[in-house]
Ligand binder design. Structure first.
Ligand code: 5GP
Length: 110
């Protein structure tokens, strides 16, 4: 398994501005935000690692749902009632980091 920058963030080996962590999924601020709030939701456990939606298997098909559920929970907790959720898929889909992540964008500043 190739190590990406998000593997290191998940293992807390490099710093990130973490805004959500339920033990299974965490979210941190994107370093190049495209909206007032731009977060990245990732699964923390190595057993839930998927490089990209394109690489999903039956064994890992639950992972996108985990990320979406965590984003929904986070938005409710923060009182954010409108947001965009995006997966970039593959290099042609502008994916740069091959560790599955859900982009969360909102006009509301945290
Ligand atoms: P992708 O295009 O792969 O879907 O998005 C990767 C995102 O990760 C980009 O929006 C980029 O700004 C963000 N990113 C890349 N490296 C880092 C990092 O080291 N820390 C944080 N917080 N975000 C990063």
């Amino acid at each position: 398994m190739g190590d990406t920058i998000f593997h290191k963030i998940a293992r807390a080996e490099i710093p990130a501005d973490v805004v959500y962590d339920d033990g299974v999924v965490m979210a941190f601020k994107d370093i190049h935000p495209k909206a007032p709030t731009h977060l990245l939701f990732i699964a923390k456990d190595a057993s839930d690692f998927v490089p990209s939606i394109a690489d999903m298997s039956d064994a890992t098909a639950h992972v996108p749902g985990m990320l979406i559920a965590a984003a929904q929970r986070f938005a409710k907790e923060q009182g954010i009632d409108g947001y965009k959720l995006t997966f970039h898929v593959g290099k042609a889909g502008e994916q740069e980091v091959f560790y599955l992540h859900l982009h969360f964008l909102s006009q509301k500043t945290l």
